[in-house]
Design a protein around this ligand. Structure first.
Ligand code: GDG
Length: 498
């Protein structure tokens, strides 16, 4: 089992003197005003947990968009600040973007074009050439910052996600000695779906600037190989999962991301957790409800929230004996609310919740508690811990960390996971109950099966799921990436080695 310290050893051993630079849209530490004081927060993400120890161990840098309202107040003249703020060990280099740039690059091209293009959720991508131009411009701003951070030192650049498809090639041109890797956190579509993108060739060429390109599962890697094969003149080697274009080779690999199993399990086992559960149940009027179902999502049309609520409705229709006995809690954290499609999804969910609650409510009980807010981590763990079953019903999802967090939060080896077959997580979590979110009747029957599952079977399944995530945790993910990167290790003055 990999841990924070085994990862740090590996990094020191394998990456030697190469500088490790992470590039992501979201920053690992954000400064904001609280009255006249400045406080710092860590935006919740497993990525910081995994990449902080690596960046620290190499004294590297993290380059990200500075989105906190006090971010500018704490940096030096080069927009740099040492982090973690309470124990500084590496540099965070902040990038300033205008409102127009954020709208064009982040909300526009990344989230209105690439996000729906890569997810099979039947939402039409919007290809706007102004957004595309701004996406290009912002990728160039990040490329300049990377070049400035590394100068001509040996370096390993680790780029995160679909906000930066053009960046790898831009960096390769500026800093040929650097090893460049990118992890694509969302699915890669099949080649027919990808073909509708008017700027497909440029996107692929940008990504082929990488020496290593990671997806969650082999299926996405295969889709990528096929897309390139169909679109660009290049040599695609399906046996070794590599693509060579213009004499440069890109390795394509699957690295299933995960969670910090040990930290979550420890938190979920603490005495404070018991108190948190009692308090939350009291606040939400759940003390006397025998069965609690749970969904935790950013409000996003890919997450299948509407389909899930329809299945809960069908379940109650077919099993009236569970009226007043089961409450479904949906934690819905607001997301990308500037985008019309997200506003529409949010309205549809609200209307459906009202309809179902009006239909089944009895006395003070209602079947669905729709909690449209962002909860602290501790509360989230308590929700996972109190649920009899947790539903992940994505229409399409690269991995889905909620499924893994639920499992890590159950040291009691209880609770049933209902999981969409269209998530990356479904490949590993074989003891979940699988659903097709589009098939409402079977989905409702699976909820019934979860509620009535004997304790012994629940325990057996959860124990197996926990074994999987204990072994394949977030450090294992980072360890595997570093191992692969080490084979491409840059050496001073020699250029990239293969
Ligand atoms: C992308 C890919 C891939 C949600 N509400 C609250 C809250 N959350 C946290 C969850 C979880 C995270 O948000 C959501 O992660 P997912 O993996 O489910 O989904 P995406 O945001 O779409 O992430 C996905 C992931 O990248 C990593 O590669 O798995 O497939 O789409 O961690 O806990 N956290 C807190 N309060 C909330 O109210 N604290």
């Amino acid at each position: 089992m990999e841990t924070r310290s085994s990862l740090q050893h590996l990094v020191r051993d394998k990456l030697g003197k190469a500088k490790f630079v992470v590039v992501s849209n979201r920053e690992p530490y954000m400064h904001r005003y609280k009255g006249k004081q400045i406080e710092w927060v860590v935006p919740v993400s497993g990525l910081v947990t995994a990449l902080d120890p690596i960046t620290s161990a190499t004294g590297g840098s993290w380059i990200a968009y500075g989105s906190g309202d006090a971010d500018q107040a704490v940096v030096d003249h080069k927009a740099r600040v040492r982090v973690p703020p309470d124990n500084p060990s590496y540099t965070l280099r902040r990038i300033w973007l205008t409102q127009k740039q954020v709208e064009g690059y982040y909300y526009g091209f990344a989230n209105e074009a690439l996000w729906p293009l890569c997810h099979l959720a039947f939402t039409r991508p919007i290809f706007n050439s102004d957004h595309w131009k701004i996406y290009h411009e912002v990728n160039q701003i990040f490329a300049d910052a990377v070049a400035e951070e590394i100068q001509d030192q040996p370096a390993v650049i680790f780029i995160q996600d679909y906000h930066f498809a053009l960046l790898p090639k831009m960096i390769k041109e500026r800093a040929p000695q650097a090893v460049i890797a990118q992890f694509w956190h969302i699915p890669w579509p099949n080649r027919e779906a990808f073909q509708i993108c008017p700027w497909g060739e440029e996107l692929l060429e940008g990504m082929l600037g990488n020496d290593l390109l990671g997806f969650h599962i082999p299926y996405h890697s295969n889709n990528f190989l096929e897309t390139v094969d169909r679109t660009l003149e290049s040599k695609v080697d399906r046996e070794h999962f590599s693509i060579t274009k213009g004499g440069h080779e890109t390795l394509v690999r699957a690295f299933p991301i995960s969670v910090d199993f040990k930290a979550i399990t420890n938190e979920a086992s603490s005495a404070a957790m018991k108190t948190e559960i009692v308090e939350l149940k009291k606040a939400l009027g759940l003390e006397n409800v025998p069965y609690i179902g749970l969904g935790v999502d950013r409000v996003d049309y890919t997450k299948g929230i509407l389909e899930r609520l329809e299945a809960v409705e069908r379940f109650l229709e077919q099993n009236p004996q569970y009226v007043q006995k089961m409450t479904f809690l949906q934690i819905a954290s607001p997301s990308r609310t500037h985008i019309d499609q997200y506003k529409a999804t949010n309205d549809e969910i609200k209307t459906l919740v009202d309809k179902i609650n009006t239909r089944f409510k009895k006395g003070s009980w209602k079947p669905i508690l729709y909690l449209r807010e962002y909860y602290p981590q501790k509360a989230l763990r308590a929700f996972y811990r109190m649920a009899h079953f947790c539903v992940v019903s994505s229409l399409h999802d690269g991995m889905n960390l909620v499924a893994k967090e639920f499992v890590a939060s159950r040291p009691d080896e209880d609770g049933v996971l209902i999981l969409s077959q269209f998530t990356g997580a479904a490949r590993e979590l074989s003891e979940a109950l699988f659903i097709n979110p589009y098939a409402v009747d079977e989905f409702a029957q699976t909820i019934h099966q979860a509620i009535e599952m004997p304790a012994q079977e629940r325990k057996k399944r959860m124990a197996t799921l926990r074994h999987v995530i204990r072994e394949a945790n977030i450090y294992t993910w980072a360890w595997n990436v570093i191992h692969e990167l080490a084979r491409l290790k840059p050496e001073a003055g020699k250029g990239s080695q293969k």
